[in-house]
Each structure stands twice: as structure tokens, then as C-alpha cells.
Design a protein around this ligand. Sequence first.
Ligand SMILES: Nc1ncnc2c1ncn2[C@@H]1O[C@H](COP(=O)(O)OP(=O)(O)OP(=O)(O)O)[C@@H](O)[C@H]1O
Ligand SMILES: [Mg+2]
Length: 345
Amino acid sequence: MQAKGTFSSPSLTLLPLNIPCSSSRSGSLSCYFQIKQQRKTICACVAPPLNIGSNGISKTKNNHMSKSEELHSVLEPEDDSDVLIECKDVHKSFGEKHILRGVSFKIRHGEAVGIIGPSGTGKSTILKIMAGLLTPDKGEVYIRGRKRDGLISDNEISGVRIGLVFQSAALFDSLTVRENVGFLLYESSTMPEDQISELVTETLAAVGLKGVEDRLPSELSGGMKKRVALARSIVFDASKATIEPEVLLYDEPTAGLDPIASTVVEDLIRSVHMTGEDAVGKPGKIASYVVVTHQHSTIRRAVDRLLFLHNGKVVWQGMTDEFTTSASPIVQQFASGSLDGPIKY
Ligand SMILES: Nc1ncnc2c1ncn2[C@@H]1O[C@H](COP(=O)(O)OP(=O)(O)OP(=O)(O)O)[C@@H](O)[C@H]1O
Ligand SMILES: [Mg+2]
């Protein structure tokens, strides 16, 4: 198998991140080795969240926020046993630019959360911090209650598998769809190649793609590339003894797609969630996900709860159906796209 021969490194385990790379094979390789240096392994067997109902969903799933509320008045559930990821007072600067100025929120087991906010406000940055690709300058990230020190590669034990689907589909241009989707498995799994190939085909079918395994990314449409990227992030290593809850972080998964292709991707995001059912009728495996988006259709269709990021902080949070009815001026301006309001460009 080409991918295996090209990138053999049995000692390494990479997270199922979709890594942006340059277009050549050597570009893919150099990107791979960059990642290799940054990341070691992520595996741990930790008890499942305590506070999970018989349907697998968090019992404390923010039902308390049934009314539109400003952030300061929102009551968090007291029981944190179902919290998978927590950002606490996270700060991040790039040079002189103080981008994140005390961001705090929790992602609970079973949740589908959207992060919205003006361009350049730090949405991609907070996703990268959650994924462990960037460290906060100040503040903490907790993974199932355990503080993460440094980058994800500095932690041998995580307890949650975190995948990031980058803003661009970020496929390896010189590898086939099969090699892209099976990349981590060819690299680090003990599964035989024909089993990996079968699994890749199954995973592609789950996102509604058939017969594209031997194509190169340049032979796919934008929407198909997004689906391949999604397949790559959900492909599951059947040889692993332990199964951790998986959180997927999507950075603008529907940007640049037409309304129908957007709907397809939004439904796919729902379908791979534990409450969903994939294209071949199997239950989804993703415990929780976070979607950064500007698109109203994605807000309505793909997420249940929203965090509004502005001026480096979460300035509003509420359920999706409150987004268009909220009295908050900043939410009203964002929802209507008005030039008048607290957000100035
Ligand atoms: N590695 C970096 N080095 C320097 N500046 C950076 C870096 N990453 C992000 N920034 C800056 O931080 C700010 C926030 O960037 P980020 O990509 O998180 O914004 P965003 O909210 O995702 O924006 P958009 O909606 O346009 O994708 C921007 O001003 C960006 O230029
Ligand atoms: Mg961004």
C-alpha cells in the first residue's frame, strides 16, 4: 500500500487531525514529520462519564438555559462529571495582539455546540487550543477534569480523543482518497491493510461517498473533499483495546459550499454524533462536537447550543433557537448582519 510504504513509522500514533499541508508529496511528508515532532501518542482508558443517561446523553445537558440569558446570569449545572473539555480563563496573544482575553466554557458529553463570532475574533485559535495544538498564555484547559500541561503531545494520557477538521479540507493532494482517509491507520494501527481498506470504504459510505477510493483530491468537488475530510476524522481504529469518547472540532465545515451541499455536510455532522445515524444506518460514534461557523443554516441545523465569542471573551451563550429571538444587541446584530451595533469593523 502506497501510503504505508511512504510513511512507515510504526512507533507513532497520530491523532485523526486533518492537517493542512502543501500540495506535493514531499510537502505532505514534511508536514507529517512536523506533526511527528509535535505529537506523540494519545491513549488512555478512563472510566466513562458518570453522569450519562441510558440514552448516552449527558443528564445535565444545559436544560437550565431554556430562556435567552446573558452570560453572567447563566447557571452551570453543578455536576461536572460529564464535562469532557473545559477552557478556564484562557488568554492568548500573538505578538502585540491580545486575541483571547479570558475565555471560559465547558463541553459536556453528548453536546453539539456552535462557536460564532466576528472574523478574527479567535474562533480557530480556541479550537486549536482545545485540540492541544496551541497552548494558552494564561488559563487552563481541562480534559475530563485533568489539567492539560503544554501541547497535547506533552500528555501521554488524555482520556478524550480530539479531532480537528481544519477550515480547509486539508487533504494530502498527492495521496488517494483511500490513503487520505486511512492515513493514521496505515501508519499506526496493527490492522492488516485489507481490513483498513475495507474500513475506509465503510467510512466513506457512512458519509455518502462510493467508488471514490482511488481518486486524488483534485478529482473531487469542494463538497466531496469536505466529506472525505470528515471521513478521515471519524475513521475508527478497530484494533484498539480501549475506546475513548471522541470530540470533533469542525472549523467552518460549510464555508464556500452551496446551500444544498451545506445541508449535506450539516446532516453528516449530525449523523456521526452519538444521537445520529450514519448514511448506512449505524449509530454515530462522536460523543460531542464543536462547530465554528458563520452560516445560519449550520447554526440551525447542526448545533444545539451556541457560544458567542467577541473581543476575546464569550459574550453570550444560549440554545440555538434563542439565537434569532435574543434581546442581546450583539446577537441581534450578528443574526441580522446589520452594520449598526456593538460590533465594528
Ligand atoms: N499563528 C498566528 N500568528 C500570528 N497571528 C495569528 C496566528 N493565528 C491567528 N492569528 C491572529 O489571531 C487573530 C484570530 O485568528 P483566528 O484565526 O483565530 O480568527 P477567527 O475568529 O477564526 O477568524 P475567521 O472567522 O476569519 O476564521 C487574527 O487576527 C489572526 O491574524
Ligand atoms: Mg477561523
